[in-house]
Design a protein around this ligand. Structure first.
Ligand SMILES: Cc1cc2nc3c(=O)[nH]c(=O)nc-3n(C[C@H](O)[C@H](O)[C@H](O)COP(=O)(O)OP(=O)(O)OC[C@H]3O[C@@H](n4cnc5c(N)ncnc54)[C@H](O)[C@@H]3O)c2cc1C
Ligand SMILES: NC(=O)c1ccc[n+]([C@@H]2O[C@H](COP(=O)([O-])OP(=O)(O)OC[C@H]3O[C@@H](n4cnc5c(N)ncnc54)[C@H](OP(=O)(O)O)[C@@H]3O)[C@@H](O)[C@H]2O)c1
Length: 267
């Protein structure tokens, strides 16, 4: 075990946490990185859920919520992470390397799951920043393509280099053995960059208003369109109000609806 995260790593599993091993790490830029860890055989989750992960902090674990970015069937667990310069967890987490140990919560949960949506035809996955993470999971799950005719994945970021997984998504997940073929037919990736020049600019609201989101198809229809949203609290609040006004009803695990939301972070 290394002490790259700043302390001697003495991680012990508990009733709530298992101890996993970092398999790979990729840094997208100075604000963003992704990594994969081992998946315990007993770990079950639904595509789109989040889980607690963390590092030890003295005698106690320091844990944060993270969306799982790999689909339910994956052998490893992928995550996409911000690097908050003074963040208690990410100032250390950004230094992890393959072979390092990491805590993984045993109870994933969340509302960005197919179970919380009523059947529909088009599915819009609207994300800002690291809010992309749960949709990397959903868009790589074959079941979602059985449920919808068309899936539109929108990623709004400040800078071009914040477009994590852009190459894979532009290729419509062509290399993915399970969804490559069906995603080529049904998945549309719509990246937008708000603070640098790019072929598509403007916030998601602007893309809805000018029709870019619909690519020549009809505008929103609460009877057949379904929406998942993940981003800042502001973004979620603004869009929830917009969709409520259009007659969409919010769904939950207890009562499926036309749209579901989750914060990508608190603050
Ligand atoms: C349901 C849920 C799912 C989450 N999934 C992810 C995920 O997949 N990837 C991820 O990086 N984070 C995710 N987060 C945020 C994560 O839990 C931590 O906040 C983040 O790892 C930073 O931890 P920290 O201890 O370094 O800083 P914190 O003390 O937790 O955060 C400090 C400040 O940094 C900002 N911040 C924190 N996280 C983000 C972020 N993701 N994007 C932009 N600004 C942020 C906020 O202003 C926050 O107040 C999620 C949060 C929730 C509630
Ligand atoms: N990513 C960076 O380059 C960067 C650099 C320094 C610090 N940070 C810190 O990291 C935190 C998060 O940054 P982030 O870039 O991941 O997330 P962010 O600020 O939420 O921005 C991500 C995307 O969401 C858009 N957006 C923000 N609020 C919205 C709303 N209410 N409705 C619709 N779209 C909205 C942004 O557009 P706009 O560009 O129009 O806001 C941007 O395209 C910030 O608190 C910031 O201090 C980030």
């Amino acid at each position: 075990m290394s002490d790259r995260t700043g302390e001697a790593q003495t991680l012990a599993p508990s009733a709530a946490l298992s101890v996993e091993t970092v398999v790979r790490v990729h840094h997208w830029n100075e604000h963003l990185f992704s990594f994969a860890i081992t998946r315990p055989a007993s770990f079950r989750f639904r595509s789109g859920e989040f889980v607690m992960i963390g590092l030890p902090d003295g005698q106690r674990p320091l844990l944060r919520a993270y969306s799982i970015a790999s689909p339910a069937y994956a052998e490893e667990l992928d995550f996409l992470s911000i690097k908050v310069p003074d963040g208690p967890l990410t100032s250390r987490l950004q230094k992890i390397q393959p072979g390092d140990p990491l805590f993984l919560g045993r109870k994933p949960t969340g509302t960005l799951v197919a179970d919380a949506l009523l059947p529909g035809k088009r599915l819009f996955l609207l994300s800002t920043g690291t809010g992309l993470a749960p949709f990397l999971s959903v868009a790589r799950d074959p079941d979602i393509y059985d449920m919808f005719d068309e899936i539109v994945l929108v990623h709004s970021v400040r800078r071009v280099s914040d477009l994590a997984f852009r190459d894979e998504l532009e290729a419509r997940l062509a290399e993915d053995p399970l969804v490559g073929e069906v995603a080529a037919e049904k998945l549309r990736y719509l990246p937008t960059v708000t603070r640098e020049p790019f072929h598509t600019q403007g916030r998601i609201g602007a893309l809805i208003d000018d029709g870019t989101l619909f690519a020549g198809g009809p505008g929103f229809d609460a009877a057949t369109d379904r929406i998942m949203m993940c981003g800042s609290m502001d973004m979620i609040r603004d869009f929830a109000a917009r969709f409520d006004a259009l007659g969409f009803e919010e769904g939950s695990n207890a009562k499926p609806g036309a749209y579901v939301i989750e914060r990508a972070f608190v603050g």
